[in-house]
Design a protein around this ligand. Sequence first.
Ligand code: KG4
Ligand code: ZN
Length: 357
Amino acid sequence: MLILGIETSCDETAAAVIYGEKGVPSVRSNVIASQIKIHEKTGGVVPEVAAREHVIKIIPVIAQALHDANIELKNIDAIAATYGPGLISSLVTGGVTASTLSAVLNKPLIPVNHIEGHIYSNFIGNSPKFPVMILTVSGGHNDLILMKDHFKYEVIGETIDDAAGEAFDKGARILGLSYPGGPAIQKAAEGGNPHAYNLPRGLMGARAKSRAKTREKAGKALDAGEFDFSFSGLKTALLRLIEKGVPKESLKDVAASFQEASCDALSERLIQAVQKYKVHEVHLAGGVSANKHLREMVRQKMQDAGIDLPLRYPENISLCTDNAAMIGTAGYFQYLKNPGKFRKNQKIECTPNAFFS
Ligand code: KG4
Ligand code: ZN
């Protein structure tokens, strides 16, 4: 079957055509109109500006995706679009467009959770063996998820303040680098000494354990807290360091140390979780999974800990950051699970704080 995926949760207007056969999805086209150049000027996303851009770009982007896939709109079997989480004024453009197409074409409409989309980016061209331990890490979310089967998740860790991508974005702003911060810091860190500055890792070791105990006493789940993240201390430490004054030639060491601290915090928790839960695969997903240092660090830590499991992340950077191929893929698997559930003429209820279960 052919699925048109649509994604407009933040600042990328994206459409993709996914072809699914016998449970295996493949990408026929994947078009992304990035707003980075626009948001660079403000150092971050201005929701009103993003919303306007989505309205301008959504139809040309869908037309391009169909053209690249060499198909006509009438050949599409279903439409999948992000319903949340994200910026409500951005989400509605994709939601309304998808609902309209579904009504006009008389085709099923599949609402997809954005984070679930990121998770399914590792299912393109792969058939992972469950259970899988997934680190989903982006600008807006930072979770450790134990995925037991298709659409069966247990969130075992989350951030108590900023997501790592947000920390990269704020860190880049402190360092006077461009938006988005992740790729800018990765570039600035090239050739820098990652151990030059000892920046905080947040909630590591004893602090995490004591937080887990407090949560346990409060009647929360046993593991709550043990795998949580915190990045606000890292951001503050960077700010203090820069305020004290760092010579210009040491900026690459600061960027490398910041990247090291973030990746260390992420990978350490991931490895602990993999050691605790019996899983068959380890996945990285979301914008920050594009980070080369993170990928290498996780690989190295798995090796050091004697963890001989497949490590997957989207090889193609455009599948790490926001895209519609992941939305079409998640939509495909949802449809396979329950084809009768998705009717034509539905509408997408956009939800800014949506979470999946
Ligand atoms: O998944 P995504 O495109 O959007 C959200 O769902 O939030 O992730 C965007 C985030 C941004 O914070 C960006 O700085 C970060 O991913 N990012 C990176 C890299 N590429 C993008 N962070 C670290 N290293 C990268 N190479
Ligand atoms: Zn995302």
